[in-house]
Design a binder for this molecule. Structure first.
Ligand SMILES: *Cc1c(COP(=O)(O)O)cnc(C)c1O
Length: 440
């Protein structure tokens, strides 16, 4: 091999990183599970915290060198508890999946049954069965029973769920845990309506707020810990605009089992730079979260209506399409979710294909599902409002319904995109949203 090949690889890495930043500067990012953090969060995650270990609980670490890390982690826990009005917060899970695993480990044993939404009904792989390589089944040995889902209302069916639980009890399969929350998540889940019933069977109720954590922080969507959820898990980087990470919340009585599950159970290093980034994001969410969540929901509604007016089959029509940051569209009139995703990408419109209710029965799979999912969290962070939603809906129509050449729309997208290069809803905006920072 040529002598220069290591340096060539090295250079290739950086040229791809830079190209990626440039691409996103010129794109409309509509992946509902993504967001753009503030320059302050980016600063925190490049700090030396990322090179340290701080195993254990702040103040009781197993290594020296944690003086400032402990200060930040105490602040991080304080802010998390304030933001979500919770008595206990473990800020160490390194992702939403790990946060869910912490709750499974703390409150269930392998072989127990968990009630959870199926994937086409909005559930996440981390709630899934062993035969689908879902985390709950594969990693913790849980047996999964799905909630009955109402595809018209696009939420869990309360009465049928009650019947199902009674049947499971008769069959000797009573669930030990009920999981709410999901990845395709248009309307609040019936936590309030089901909590007393589920608790009468001694079930632990967890609410997975991975997608909607930023909306809940802003006082929108629903308030699971007040509605009857015992614990709440989340990712810190979807509607909540932190670094990639996880969080578990609960009350004092959950503290001990969760702490043990997180460390030493599930983490050694808890990615301390990201912990600092979470602390920054919690402070930003406390300060700006309400305005942000309000605008996200306004934007999602206008976007959904505009797509519907353009001729798309937007799910959840009966209930006004959405109460969250997400919109789901059935695209089977044009092709399938996979093809639509690829066509839009050619115009720098970044969306993801999505399994929707009915797909599995019809034999469709994740590569060619019936839908796409759109999220407005990131474009809201960039300062876009209702008029911009209408504009973006028209680009999508031109590519998918009018079948115009995506290259023509790409030109429009790039020029539209020029005006939205800063992150909003944060204290300091010096750095551009996708500005590449060279440290070498
Ligand atoms: C994204 C997501 C997760 C996983 O989060 P990671 O932070 O990527 O591990 C868990 N649950 C739900 C409902 C999600 O949508």
């Amino acid at each position: 091999m040529a002598k220069s090949s290591n340096k060539e690889s090295y250079n290739k890495i950086f040229s791809n990183l830079k190209e990626h930043h440039k691409w996103f500067e010129n794109s409309i990012p509509l992946i509902a599970s993504e967001n753009v953090p503030s320059p302050a969060v980016r600063e925190a995650i490049t700090s030396d915290f990322g090179n340290r270990y701080a195993e254990g609980w702040p103040g009781e670490r197993v290594y020296a060198g944690c003086v400032y890390i402990d200060e930040v982690e105490f602040e991080c826990m304080k802010l998390a508890k304030k933001l979500y009005k919770a008595k206990f917060a473990d800020v160490r899970p390194i992702s939403g999946v790990v946060a869910n695993l912490a709750v499974y480990s703390a409150f269930t044993n392998p072989g127990d049954v968990m009630l959870a939404p199926s994937i086409p009904a909005g559930g996440h792989i981390s709630h899934g069965k062993k035969e689908h390589s879902g985390t709950a089944g594969l990693v913790h040995g849980l047996e999964i029973e799905f909630y009955p889902f109402d595809a018209e209302e696009m939420t869990i069916d309360v009465e049928k769920t009650k019947q199902k639980v009674e049947e499971l009890k008769k069959a000797g399969n009573l669930p030990k845990m009920a999981m709410f929350g999901g990845s395709l998540f248009l309307f609040p889940h019936p936590v309030k309506e089901l909590a007393d019933f589920l608790k009468s069977f001694d079930m632990h109720i967890n609410y997975d707020a991975a997608h909607v954590a930023g909306l809940i922080a802003g006082g929108r969507f629903q308030d699971p810990l007040r509605e009857g959820a015992d614990t709440m898990t989340m990712s810190t980087h979807k509607t909540l605009f932190g670094p990639q990470g996880g969080l578990v919340l609960g009350s004092e009585k959950h503290e001990d089992p969760i702490k043990k599950a997180t460390f030493p159970g599930l983490t050694s290093s808890h990615h301390i730079h990201h912990m600092a980034g979470k602390a920054v994001a919690f402070a930003e969410a406390l300060e700006f979260g309400k305005d942000y969540a309000d605008q996200v929901i306004k934007n999602a509604k206008v976007f959904a209506e505009s797509l519907n007016d353009a001729g798309f089959k937007v799910l959840g029509e009966k209930r006004g399409f959405t109460e969250s940051h997400q919109i789901a569209v059935n695209v089977l009139d044009y092709s399938d979710g996979g093809k639509v995703e690829a066509d839009l990408e050619k115009a720098n419109i970044i969306v993801n294909r999505q399994l929707i209710p009915g797909d599995i029965k019809a034999g469709r799979n994740y590569f060619h599902p019936g839908g796409i999912r759109l999220g407005v969290s990131e474009i809201t962070r960039l300062g876009m409002k209702q008029n911009e939603m209408k504009e973006i809906a028209s680009y999508i129509k031109e590519v998918i319904i009018d079948k115009k050449d995506p290259k023509k729309i790409l030109t429009k997208v790039k020029s539209f995109r020029k005006n939205y290069q800063k992150v909003h809803y944060c204290f300091d905006k010096k750095l551009g949203a996708y500005e590449y920072v060279k440290l070498r």
